[in-house]
Structure formats: structure tokens, C-alpha cells
Design a binder for this molecule. Sequence first.
Ligand code: H2U
Ligand code: ZN
Length: 356
Amino acid sequence: MKSSSRPESILQALQSSPHRRFNPLTREWVLVSPRRTERPWQGQTERPEPESTQPYDPNCYLCPGNIRAGGARNPSYSQTFVFDNDFAALQPDVPAVQLDVDGKGILVAQNESGICRVVCFSPRHDLTLSKMSAVEIRSLIDVWIKEFQSLGRRPGVNYLQIFENRGLMMGCSNPHPHGQIWATSTIPNEPRKEHEALAAYQKPHGACLLCDYIKLEEASGERLVCGNEHFVAVVPFWAVWPYEILLLPKRHLASMTALDEPARSALADILKSITSRYDDLFQVSCPYSMGFHQQPTDDLEHREWHFHAHFFPPLLRAATIRKFMVGFEMLGSPQRDITPEYAAEKLRQAGLTPSE
Ligand code: H2U
Ligand code: ZN
């Protein structure tokens, strides 16, 4: 890439040439192979998922008034409903264990305690975040904040992961709109990498990595998907999944709890905009995993933290062709087939015909 040293022309040259990009949040690299989608595809195609059209399903364990798989009955809730996961992956009280066989750091284990909650976004079985109104999403945000505060205050809870798995392709067990919260005593791998990277950037630069990143994205505009006064959504420069989105508050805030009223409503608007764009782009209720990365809840001050959300949809070419993270991705580095700039352009266009 010696043609010119201007970033714009280097990036232009990269649009047609294999290259790797650095993710400063995880400090890992991703291989970008533009135009690889032009290869013929004779592999697996996915069956389009049937959409839920009934507002109430008598067989759904998350609908109001129904009995869950664990035997408890849901109340006749009318907005959101949160309960302790009946099949929780974590338990609050587990015996303390520290294992390190012969002190070699090879066979190492320790106890992990925690709490798992399920959040029903709406009583309506047939809705998704994209189909819920911004007002309904706003009440969900208030619930997420309440849960973050109350679980985060519990002794031994040092990190909270709020997430949603949407669609069969992502292993979601039920189309009823819902997400999960896992509270853990340690910081899981992905936020831990970010935590360390944010702290490592702040020291020498005296600034926040993500605040600086937002400035670069706003100046270039190439990877912007949508935004409002309080939030910006981009296909990050280092995106791994084809249509991955990083959603960032424009102000330096460590968690959702720091959002004021207008910013909470702005978050609802942009969540609706992002999920509507996905549905519009693929012309189905788009599968994805999404979640918020926020400051640890360990009672320490976390000036380095800039909270954000990641959206990872698995789709590549169409609703029926997914990106497989196998082979080189498992054994080498993650690899993507379209450039983030191309994906952002598609997602911007998808917004021109928002699905309601
Ligand atoms: P997923 O669709 O993302 O798997 O989330 C559903 C969660 O709901 C899952 O973790 C829990 C499962 O354990 N669940 C209950 O707690 N009670 C039930 O009756 C069924 C499912
Ligand atoms: Zn339901």
C-alpha cells in the first residue's frame, strides 16, 4: 500500500485487497478478505425461521399466566417480567475451591458464584425489539438499569452481563422476546480483555479509547450506521461478523445507570433503529446475539470504562446463508468476507425502508 500515505487512499486500496485489521478493544487481529463473497456457495443453507404471529402462545413458557418448564407460573404481566432462571448456569452459593496442581499453573480451577435472570421484554409473544415501540423499549431499559443496580450491589457480584440471543440460528430457545442477565464474581473473558485495553489506553493517552474512536468515526463517516444526539452505531473498523454493530454513548459513561432520562429514550430509539435495519436488510426477523459491556460492579471507580453494546448477527449473504466461524477462524484468526465500510453502507441503506 505505498500509493499514498493518506488514510483515505490507503483505506480505498484496502477495499479490494486482503489485509488484517487491529481490534484495540481486544488487542486481537481480524483478517479481511474483500470480495470473497463472490465465490460460489454450495454449502449449507438455513431454512427461514417461521415468524411468531400469535400475541399469546398457550405453549410458551414465557407468556403471561403460563407455567414454565421449571413448574413456576408466570404472573399476568403487562410490561416486562424478570425471574431467576430455572436452569441457571451459576449458583449464588458454591463451595470455595482453588486448584493449581503442583503450582504449575497448568491444571487450574476455582469456584465461580453468580446469579442468572431471565428478562421477558414484553408480554406479547409475537414482538421483537424491532417491532416493540420505543416507549416499550424504554421500559425495558429501565428494567435493565434496575437489575444492574440491584444485582450489582449484591456482595460477590463483580460483573453483570446483559444479553439477548435472538433466533434459532443463535441457539435461542424461544421466539418470545426475552434476554438474560448473568451476574458473576469474576469478569468474563471478553469484557476482561476490553477492561484491560481501556485501562492500558487511558494511562499514556490521558483519554478514553472509545471517546477517541467516536471522534475518528464521526470525522470519516464511512462506518456510521445511524445515530442520534446521545448515541452512535457503527460497523466497527475491526468488525469480525459481517454486519456486526458497535453501539456507543457519545458521552463518556461507565454504565447505563449514568444515562439521564433523554439519553435513556435515545437508547430505546437507536435499539429500535438497529434491529429494524437488520430485519430490513435480510427481509426476515434477523437472528443475532447482542449485549452490553459495562463497568465491573466491584465498588471501585472505573473512569476507564465507556459502556457500549455489541450486535453480532450470523448472516452473511442472505437470510439463508450464514457466516461460519470454522477452520481458519477457529485455528488462526477470525476472517471476514466483506469490508466493514461495505456493511455500513448496506445498513445505512436498509434504514431507508424501515420495517415497522
Ligand atoms: P435462551 O432462549 O437465550 O436460551 O434463554 C432462555 C432461558 O430461559 C434459558 O436460559 C430459561 C432457560 O434456562 N428458562 C427458564 O428459566 N424457565 C423455563 O421454564 C424455560 C427456560
Ligand atoms: Zn410467549
